[in-house]
Design a protein around this ligand. Sequence first.
Ligand SMILES: [Zn+2]
Length: 99
Amino acid sequence: MPPDIEPGDRDGGPMTPGVAVTATLAWFETTSGWAPPDPDTLAEWLADGGCRCPDGCWVASEAWCEHGLASWQLVLRAIDPRPPTGTLREEVEGPGQPG
Ligand SMILES: [Zn+2]
């Protein structure tokens, strides 16, 4: 029998924020019950010197947990790269103009 391959002993290179975010987005696809934090909640976490991951783990603000999930700080920045200036630009395009 071949020896068991130890988890984590892969040739994927070091874990990076990009890898963690990608893994987290994949986790979203297969997991329900998660919800992004309110901006106020996220601010409280950052004020405490860390951040929650989508699965509830507490990590550094721009890190990832032992399960490979990126912190909400990293995830929200990745999926919503708008600068936090409060500038909202809504452009609504209808399917066509009547008449
Ligand atoms: Zn975790």
